[in-house]
Design a binder for this molecule. Sequence first.
Ligand code: MOS
Length: 742
Amino acid sequence: MSVETNSIGKPVSRIDGPAKVTGRAKYAAEFTAPDLAYGFVVSSVVAKGRIQSIDRSAALAVPGVIEVFAHDNRPSLPSSHEKYKDQVAAPGSPFRPLYNGEILFSGQPVALVVAEELEIARFAASLIDIIYETGEAVTYLDTQIDKAFEPPEKRAPDWDPPARGDVDSALLRSPTRIRTEYRTPVEHHNPMETFASTAVWENDGRLTVYDKTQGAPNCHEYLCSVFGLAKDKVRVLSPYVGGAFGVGLRPNYQLFMAALAAIGLKRSVRVALTRQQMFTLGYRPQTLQTLTLGADNDGRLVAVKHDAIANTSRFEDYQEPTVVWSGALYPCDHATVTSRLARLDLVTPCDMRAPGGAVGMYALESAMDELSYAVGVDPLELRLKNYSERDQNQDRPISSKALKDCYLQGAERFGWSKRKPAPRSMREGRELVGYGMATGIWSAFFVPTSARAILAPDGTLEIACATADIGTGTYTILAQIGAEMLGLPLDNVIVKIGDSDLPRAPVEGGSWTAASAGSAVMQACDGIRKELLKHASAINNSPLQGVDVADVTMVDGQIRMKRDPSRAMPLSEALTGLNEPITSEVSSTPDERVLQEYSHYAHSAVFAEVRLDEELGMLRVARVVSAVAAGRILNPKTARSQILGAVVGGIGMALHEETVIDHRYGRFMNHSLAEYHVPVHADVHAIDVIFVDEQEHRLNPLGVKGVGEIGIVGTAAAIANAVFHATGVRVRDLPITIDKLL
Ligand code: MOS
């Protein structure tokens, strides 16, 4: 018997695809409950100050309005900010919704109208009359530069690498020096699915919440902590998530609101945010970065200095790993990187699409491009000259690094050798053509995760883990791992995720889920293999008697001796007489010694071609080749989709995305998809993804580094560098809109 297992390494289509395209997949706002009520959030129109009074009488007079919750009538809530901290909270004092009348940012939720129908709630919300005592909000980063500070508490110790050498005197001695400033704006994640929570109140006092989140367990803990509920009284589910890009890592306030109303009214309540309200959640902070490079006449780096200032809120120190890569990537004896924060009267930023890496590497790789012209060395040649096998920050080996192959294979596929060195030297018809490239780097994580596998007597394998699939392919790769481990057809594997009742998993972020949940599933299945073999070898006349699990493979629906394939048993036979399912649950953790001894990164080389029609003022990214080294690729199809999406994110970052603040009101102004520009089909042309071969043996049992975020890092710089090559104009503040090229 031979079965198509579609296991690891096969380009399998998403197993959740049919459910998604037929509408069977239900999202947070699509779950319902008997007697469901609807909440609508009232958002503050001022950015700083205090609520003097709330007149809710007109709203309450509308037939169908059930209640208006605000700080002046809310149920009891804990005052301690600690109670509101979630797994990925930034250091500081988390925002406490409806806690008091203080206004900390524009768009802050200040009331929740609950009604029998959504339309009634929304209409009644417009009738609520709030009088504010308005303070003066500061939202302009440039005015706060001299108050920028180094946050006392770092999110990760290796984000604060020690300075090495004597960077200032080395810079003075360097024959070539580049000192430049780069700016990146506020960007919002804009996932397709807006945030929603459907809180189902059960009569025995249990609360089941369907939430849009990247971490059901994180939201579960948050609700238990804030509302003082026992762990077994709350369950959070997120079976499907319509994109998130980081804005679903922390619990968002609609979750709080839905739970508060459900608990207060003892009734099921759904709260969904509008697209405009999506701009009142976290965002990518703006940065102002200064990069100084010193090099010898051949372009070998001697000194690197990188200082970044990013904004945070008044109440939390949100920080990203923006500058760490500048110290790590290229060999040089003198390096200092510093990262500071400036407080603004905005909501706290949050992780978005390779937080820190996307913006920091934009600056570093733009500066490297500037250096390539200063020393007259081809940009790719410059990277190869400055290649390091070691992590320069930690001065330790990198577990695996196939970046050189990314450079070479990417350049070959792109046709980099056809590039003429001088800016404005390539033209085709009416268009100026530019080639640019950049390096990408992102941490390869392995985060403690638990998983359970259950093999039923009928040969069905169930995989269970609380992690999420935010569109990334988690369902599919976990099924493939299960199929691979037991030699089962993919159809025999059922994957359950997105549920706080399942074995514990961290938030689905950092590109760590394939490595972390994947390893946990692999190890859980390994437990099944052992038990199954025990059972199979005890069967009368079993060809597997006395055989150790290390000596067999489970493949093509058979258990087979590795050295003597004639000694084999079909899985269907091996399950004979099995009355109970075999269950195996594990907690998978990284080897601390490996984490200490080696650095772990995924790398990429990004090549971009841009074309500018000067007469029409049209700039487009005609081609991108992204060559990625990320260890083992579990599914080339879903992995490629990850990189395609991330490259589109990079095109957006380079040319389109920017949230504009009106400093008079401290408010994000372009809070809609009409005015916040993301790349549309017409902006996305050829994207070519290469996964170079890379063997990773240490980080986790699967040899996986994870893909996703690595696809955006380097992309904006490659495009910006191509724009310079095409036009001779160096734009140092993103996005590169056409007005900046004139
Ligand atoms: Mo990612 S920005 O950790 O969802």
